[in-house]
Design a protein around this ligand. Sequence first.
Ligand SMILES: Cc1cc2nc3c(=O)[nH]c(=O)nc-3n(C[C@H](O)[C@H](O)[C@H](O)COP(=O)(O)OP(=O)(O)OC[C@H]3O[C@@H](n4cnc5c(N)ncnc54)[C@H](O)[C@@H]3O)c2cc1C
Length: 452
Amino acid sequence: MPKKKIIILGAGITGLVSAYYFSKNKDFEVTLIEKESFIGGTARGFEHKDFILDYGPHKIYTELPGILEEIKQVVPLLKIKKKNSIYLKNNSFDFPLQISQIATKIPFTAFNAGIDIFSKSLKKLSDDSYENYLINRFGKTMYELSFKDYAKKVWTSNPQELDKELAIRRVAISGIFELIKGILFKNTKNISAEYFYYPPKGIKQLLDSLAEKIIQNKGKILLNTDISEIKIKDKKIEFVKIKNKKIKPDYFISTAYLDTVIKIINDAKKTKELIQSTENLNYQGINIIYFVINKPRILKDCWMFFPEAKFLFHRISEQKAFSPNLGPEDKTILMVETTKDASKNNIQKIIFQLEKIKILKKEDIDYHFVKSTERTYPIYKKGFQKNLIPVINYLENIKGFYTIGRPGLFNYNNMDQCWDMAKKTVEHIEKNKSKDEWQKTKKYFDKYRIVD
Ligand SMILES: Cc1cc2nc3c(=O)[nH]c(=O)nc-3n(C[C@H](O)[C@H](O)[C@H](O)COP(=O)(O)OP(=O)(O)OC[C@H]3O[C@@H](n4cnc5c(N)ncnc54)[C@H](O)[C@@H]3O)c2cc1C
């Protein structure tokens, strides 16, 4: 029997993992297409002198059954005790926030949070925005303390205009009672990861190892390659055009952005509304400032959150807290994440802010460099699903066409969820499961949540 042809668009983690599983099955012939000169997409790593760095720290943590074991078959993993904190009102708190620390360090705020709980102010507002959803579950005081400014900073949007789905996916605990229960009964599992995992030589090691295995298994990875056309007729793929060559795949898996895919589709049934819908799905880009520091280590934490508006950055981290192999002994790098506009012409102000809260001393900085990523965070504006659902429905109505991954479904997936999604998609295709089964699998994808 001839092998079934699989084309996968995008060599981020979702595309790489999909290609890895297909390459293990002799009934399939897999080609992975990547427009950039490198693999890894959002999770890509890079080398800088003696350092190995991520684009923002990429820890591995998963609650999904079997996924950690699958990752360990591809790359060795260090198990790291997680230590992170959140900086609020001139104090550093353990993350997730602990009521006892709030009571000691900022008693007035703790008192107001208590009033919120007992005055039954919770669950009064209609659950129709990020803001209302969180106030209903955490009270106004806690919302204003840790969620409101963070949303303004990261998504540069008014939190009233953001969809409640953002709160559901990004905030792992469902409310203050679960938070208190977790703390009282020392069950923080649902709130925050106690440990996380990381390859000794950076996330890059995981991605490189996936690529090696795909090639060993005779899968193809084409870098610097674009698909210029996907010709659709009567809900079937007639061909895809790669470097002016027409290929007819049995299955096509896209992990690219929805607007990119819709643009290259050539189909008489493609409407202007569909194009417009993909253009209404927006993203926030970030800048990461890497400060090279003349010291072996700089933070006690792996990473620290800064939700307050007064800080130009929203998170800082140190890659050497993940693995000592990621830099030379005598130097370290502080990674500072900001939105695009916040750091433009503001490096000196950022240094000043970091000095003021005693994270670093200006004279310890050797030099800095900045890396930018464009479409980093999906912005879930209220009602974004009205734009998203018709596009997904259109694509899924094409026989053998799947759109998955973080850009492919406009979601907040972490890497473990990308892995799980890729694995389940491959199984679905290998077992030739029905469309109804696919919808069930998709509902399962919707339940993924991020645990920081
Ligand atoms: C700052 C930051 C920190 C994060 N921290 C963590 C963490 O600690 N732990 C964790 O698990 N996850 C983390 N994540 C999430 C993680 O990065 C993503 O879940 C993951 O990288 C998404 O992979 P993907 O393959 O779905 O998408 P992507 O990585 O976006 O891959 C899509 C690929 O498609 C390619 N492409 C696009 N258009 C085309 C085209 N026309 N032709 C060919 N190729 C194309 C792109 O170049 C890219 O390689 C973090 C994300 C960010 C932004």
